[in-house]
Design a protein around this ligand. Structure first.
Ligand SMILES: Nc1ncnc2c1ncn2[C@@H]1O[C@H](COP(=O)(O)OP(=O)(O)OP(=O)(O)O)[C@@H](O)[C@H]1O
Length: 502
């Protein structure tokens, strides 16, 4: 979005407003910008000034798209779509070029955002800007604003630079960050993940084991892992594999490239290969891995295929809907020991493929859980888990073991995990981590670990900011930026570098 740039260009000339009421009394102030850009500031709840008629291109006989929205002399680079209009009005900035249809649309967006914040939803950076700009920091909003401002500080440092915020506003930001309102009253503090997960066991990822065998994996699997190029386990894997092997439910939270896939697949393969008598294809599916997307499924499927090469009697496959449904059915009919699927495709097969047997299920993994929750797949995941559970109960088999892997402590995660897992072991979750965080700082020798960010809204520039912050605040000289477009190898190397604290 371009609005960051726009906001940085503005200089605040009006009086600071404490509340909505004050805001309404304050006369419209004028913001000056660089160059010829001019913007009027009006209290957000007042009537907007009537829209000026935009310039008509007489020669063409009609108005172009940009001209229709933004007449001559206005901020042209700030309005790109309805979202920007919403921000503009939310920030108390009215563009004189707002059309009749755009005004209500923008107002509705702002109202929607306020409503969400009032309901206690985490307001994003945009929401934080809105509240901080308008000085409407009520006690009940403080926690949300604090978390959003923290994100904003981390991701968008420039925004709170001297250019825009007055010193008074900075003080308020500090107060808000401490969980207080501008009037010094204590606001409700957002519960940390540790508080939410009170009573659950937390295991830090401090040391990497020297050998796979030290983690309790079978010798054949340890040798195979080494032969496949995984010389030694990483820190997350060293903490997570014994936890998964212990038979308890596990929540593992670490950013992309931490090696979560291997951390849950290796114990599953260890468990399945050790079954006596040997598992046969005809017995159906013994493990299901749910991923949020086709790409994620195929990435997990690739690692699984590598691990299963050593054990010819175990089969694996991914089911995402890209393949012909008939082919998928045929594969399930023959038997697939480990199924990697999107939740929609899994439900589809559970409903329509009679040959899909899951009554012997031993493992259920929900990978990239934060992303699944963000894509509102949680309802489907709950349905799938309940049906799988019913199948096991009807066959008189014990409950399957659960692993939830996530790179993002999504705000819905504590609740979902409480529902899905039974007294789990939490691996990699910082005790002071707050839900809604998109990054997880893993503990490491010589400081904190790599800075990672798995949130879909976070771009590369956001990650560059985070990496700078890590370097400055944590003193990590080699904080690595890791994102999806980078190849797996690069991500792995980045992760290794970050964790080693070099
Ligand atoms: N022990 C290891 N030694 C060397 N490389 C490893 C090890 N474990 C994982 N890797 C490599 O690190 C890269 C990232 O691993 P992986 O995809 O499992 O991370 P992830 O935490 O699951 O990330 P995402 O959340 O994006 O799925 C992969 O290329 C993988 O092959």
């Amino acid at each position: 979005m371009e609005d960051d740039g726009m906001i940085l260009n503005l200089v605040w000339n009006g009086e600071d407003r404490e509340t909505d009421d004050d805001a309404q009394e304050a006369p419209p102030a004028v913001m000056k910008g660089h160059g010829r850009k001019r913007v009027s500031v009006i209290p957000g709840d007042e009537e907007l000034p009537p829209a000026k008629k935009s310039k008509v291109d007489k020669r063409a006989g009609k108005r172009s798209g940009k001209e229709r929205r933004v007449p001559r002399g206005m901020v042209t680079d700030a309005i790109n779509g309805p979202g920007d209009l919403g921000d503009a009005v939310g920030n108390g900035v009215a563009y004189e070029g707002l059309g009749k249809q755009e005004k209500p649309m923008a107002r509705a967006q702002v109202a929607g955002r306020r409503e969400r914040a009032a309901k206690g939803a985490t307001v994003g950076a945009e929401g934080a800007r809105e509240f901080v700009n308008r000085h409407v920091v009520q006690p009940e909003e403080a926690a949300d604003v604090a978390s959003a401002v923290a994100q904003m500080l981390a991701l968008d440092k420039k925004y709170v630079g001297d250019e825009y915020f007055t010193s008074e506003k900075k003080c308020k930001l500090k107060a808000v960050k401490k969980g207080q309102t501008s009037k010094g009253e204590g606001g409700p503090r957002r519960k940390s993940a540790a508080e939410r997960f009170a009573g659950w066991e937390h295991r830090p990822c401090k040391e990497a084991a020297k050998d796979w065998g030290d983690l309790g994996l079978a010798d054949s699997l340890s040798c195979h892992l080494k032969a496949c190029g995984f010389k030694a386990p990483q820190k997350l894997q060293s903490a997570a594999i014994p936890a998964v092997l212990s038979g308890r439910d596990v929540l593992m939270a670490a950013g992309p490239g931490a090696g979560k896939t291997l951390a849950y697949l290796a114990p599953i393969v260890h468990d399945l290969q050790a079954q006596e008598p040997r598992i046969s294809r005809g017995e159906g599916t013994h493990a299901v891995v749910l991923c949020p997307s086709r790409e994620a499924c195929s990435a997990v499927g690739d690692v699984l295929a590598v691990l299963l090469k050593r054990y010819h009697w175990l089969t694996g496959g991914h089911f995402t809907g890209t393949d012909n449904r008939g082919h998928e059915k045929a594969r399930l009919r023959k038997g697939t020991t480990v199924v990697v699927a999107t939740v929609s495709r899994l439900l589809d097969h559970m409903e329509n493929t009679a040959a899909f047997r899951v009554n012997e299920l031993r493992w259920l993994v929900i990978d990239q859980c934060g992303r699944q929750l963000d894509s509102r797949l949680d309802a489907k995941v709950r349905i799938a888990q309940r049906r799988l559970q019913e199948g096991l109960e009807s066959a008189g088999n014990p409950r399957q073991r659960m692993v939830v892997a996530t790179g993002w402590l999504h705000q819905k995660l504590p609740r979902f995990v409480s529902w899905a897992l039974q007294s789990p072991i939490c691996v990699g979750v910082r005790p002071e981590a707050r839900e809604g965080e998109r990054c997880v700082f893993l503990e490491a020798e010589g400081g904190m670990g790599i800075v990672v960010d798995d949130g879909p809204a976070a771009g590369k520039s956001g990650m560059a900011g985070m990496s700078r912050k890590a370097r400055r605040q944590i003193g990590m000289s080699g904080a690595s930026k890791v994102w999806g477009e980078r190849g797996g190898g690069q991500r792995g190397r980045g992760a290794g570098k970050g964790w080693a604290g070099r």
